[in-house]
Write a protein that binds this ligand. Structure first.
Ligand code: ZN
Length: 470
């Protein structure tokens, strides 16, 4: 073995769903091989196809993985999350968004570096265990004197081994100015812009082997001023990084934009420079036809978070219409405080079920759901040149799902077994060719230690916020 990522890994014997071709149209899902192979060398895919792998030249450090009984897919890509919320799960469990936020803002106002690091390690560890190889994170709560919160989650991603796109979020519209968050969790605009620029300059790696890209992500129209939105767009474009925010999660927010700005949420954001292929919005539940057409024309993406949206009773986004219009769509678990499961493969199933429940049986196919969870997510993050499908030359980010045990062995179609069946165990998860999960356990981190650390920080946070925890 020639060091991390330098090993040759040959996977053969099982089904391979490539999701290649990166087609944006409906029904473009790439080749599948009932019995196929994937070869990985130096962290990248060097061969993929039907039957056994081509015989490599004899060499040291060749690892053969028998994937018989398994399905090999691209690693899943998570396009919306708030990792710090891992330690604030199970609160306001029967509230809608605004009531839930009002309960949680005072708790989040007490987070610090230790809380954020422990929550991020646990959340990213669980994402890895459920097939995710790349996650973004939207962190927008920065209490003063809380320490280096972005640095803490970047360290957690390194510890687990995931590819990561944390975004420097922000809120500057406190309650006294007509916003929703209490004043003590908002920052002033100069502090935000300085810290955001510093985060990009310190951490962003735009290169082809990047494990870490930074984005810019003010929180939402009801917690951020128009000035901060416009300045954030300018900053992101100056530095060549991506832009993200929550949009149209509730009807209340659409009403807020109508009353305050006399515009739809998409037109309001568009008026501030927030449309284009470098922008993606979380949720987008309440877009009308005109807003969907604007998103499609501008190439703006959407992170669909079905479980969180259902948990908060916010509604279900018009996935069929977004995809039919050509809007890039990825899936997100959203923050753990509104999705206690935080499992990306569950989002694929929920996306399919909710799309059909609201849009009819043709709304989303099984393979559409896997597409959204993989290459669709990569496209939404602007990373589809490197990840999201199993193609020669791409990063070796892949998941090997075991489908020959009790819950799945009799399901005829392996892709349907993955999407419609119970969440399967993971035999192997590779990120840049490096094992992150083996035999359903994390490789680089100790799960018991992650659990204990998160529980300890949860207790500490609950006591600081004077709430009874576990
Ligand atoms: Zn969110």
């Amino acid at each position: 073995m020639s060091g991390p990522g330098g090993q040759v890994v040959i996977l053969e014997g099982g089904t391979v769903a490539t999701m290649d071709g990166a087609g944006t149209g409906l029904g473009a899902h790439g080749e599948e091989h009932a019995s196929g192979h994937v070869v990985v060398r130096d962290g990248r895919i060097t061969a993929v196809g039907p039957g056994p792998a081509p015989e490599p030249a004899p060499a040291d450090g060749v690892r053969r993985v028998d994937t018989t009984g398994c399905l090999v897919t691209p690693g899943l890509v998570n396009t919306h999350h708030h990792l710090y919320q891992w330690v604030t799960r199970g609160l306001a469990v029967d509230d809608g968004l605004f009531g839930w936020l009002t309960t949680l803002y005072p708790v989040w106002g007490q987070i610090d570096e230790d809380v954020t690091g422990a929550a991020a390690a646990a959340g990213l560890g669980w994402l890895a265990r459920t097939g995710c190889t790349t996650s973004m994170d939207h962190h927008y709560v920065f209490p003063s004197d809380a320490g280096d919160l972005l640095g803490a989650e970047i360290e957690a991603a390194r510890e687990i081994g995931l590819r990561f796109m944390p975004t420097r979020g922000s809120m500057d519209l406190g309650r006294s100015q007509g916003g929703l968050p209490p004043d003590h969790v908002v920052e002033d605009i100069d502090t935000i812009l300085t810290a955001t620029a510093a985060a990009v300059d310190a951490h962003h790696d735009p290169g082809p082997d990047s494990m870490l890209r930074i984005g810019v992500a003010p929180c939402s129209p009801f917690s951020v001023t128009a000035e901060l939105l416009a300045e954030s767009a300018q900053l992101a474009r100056d530095r060549g990084v991506r832009l993200h925010t929550h949009l149209a999660e509730t009807q209340d927010e659409s009403d807020f934009c109508a009353e305050r700005f006399a515009m739809s949420p998409v037109d309001y954001l568009g008026s501030l420079g927030w449309l284009g292929p470098d922008v993606w919005f979380a949720h987008g539940i309440h877009f009308d036809d005109a807003q969907i057409a604007t998103l499609a024309r501008s190439g703006t993406g959407v992170a669909h978070c079905p479980s969180s949206n259902a948990r908060l009773g916010a509604g279900i986004c018009r996935l069929r219409d977004l995809r039919a219009a050509g809007v890039p769509v990825g899936l997100g678990v959203d923050g753990a405080a509104s999705n206690e499961a935080s499992s990306l493969i569950e989002e694929a199933r929920h996306a399919l079920l909710f799309a059909r429940a609201t849009g009819g049986p043709e709304a989303l196919t099984v393979r559409d759901a896997l597409h959204a969870a993989t290459i669709g997510g990569a496209r939404t993050l602007g990373w589809d040149d490197q990840i999201g499908s199993l193609e020669v030359g791409k990063q070796a980010d892949l998941a090997v799902w075991r489908l020959d045990t009790l819950p799945h062995a009799d399901i005829v179609d392996p892709v349907a077994a993955l999407v419609l069946g119970a969440s399967p165990p993971l035999d192997l998860l590779l990120v840049a060719g490096r094992p992150v999960v083996e035999q359903n356990r994390l490789v680089r981190a100790d799960e018991d230690e992650l659990r204990a650390r998160a529980l300890q920080q949860h207790r500490r946070l609950m006591s600081r916020a004077r709430i009874s925890g576990r």
